[in-house]
Design a protein. Structure first.
Length: 137
């Protein structure tokens, strides 16, 4: 197996905007684990990331900036997904957060932007990502 080091700052220069979440994302690497493709990506958010959830865990490593990680429980109302907010945690550069499977999450930058690495199955950016309309009380 060949290891190819990637500089996240260089990758971020080539990042594309994800049309669903509105954040810039660039793939750093991918690896097949147990027959399933996993990816590590770098992302830059200049606004709140749309609340969403996945059927498997996801890891966020905050590289630059600070903000709030909002977590919630998905609830289906009237045929649409919403989230019942369960916690709001301040995060900043250097911190790593593991988000449990089926937990709604949104990252809200506190300043100009927040840059982070996230990893999980490659399907997290596709069929395994469910968007919630909003957080409710």
């Amino acid at each position: 197996m060949e290891i190819k080091p990637v500089r996240w700052r260089d990758a971020l220069k080539e990042a594309k905007v994800d049309p669903v979440t509105g954040i810039r994302i660039a793939r750093l690497n991918s690896l097949r684990i147990g027959g399933k493709l996993h990816e590590t990506n770098v992302a830059e958010a200049t606004r709140a990331i749309v609340g969403h959830f996945h059927p498997t865990p996801e890891v966020y490593h905050i590289l630059e900036g600070r903000g709030d990680l909002v977590l919630g429980t998905p609830v289906k109302k009237g045929g649409k997904w919403v989230a019942q907010e369960t916690s709001r945690t301040h995060v900043s550069s250097g911190q790593v957060v593991v988000i449990s499977a089926n937990t709604v999450h949104s990252l809200v930058p506190a300043g100009e932007k927040i840059v982070f690495i996230f990893s999980g199955p490659a399907s997290h950016l596709g069929k395994d990502r469910t968007i919630v309309e909003k957080f409710v009380e």
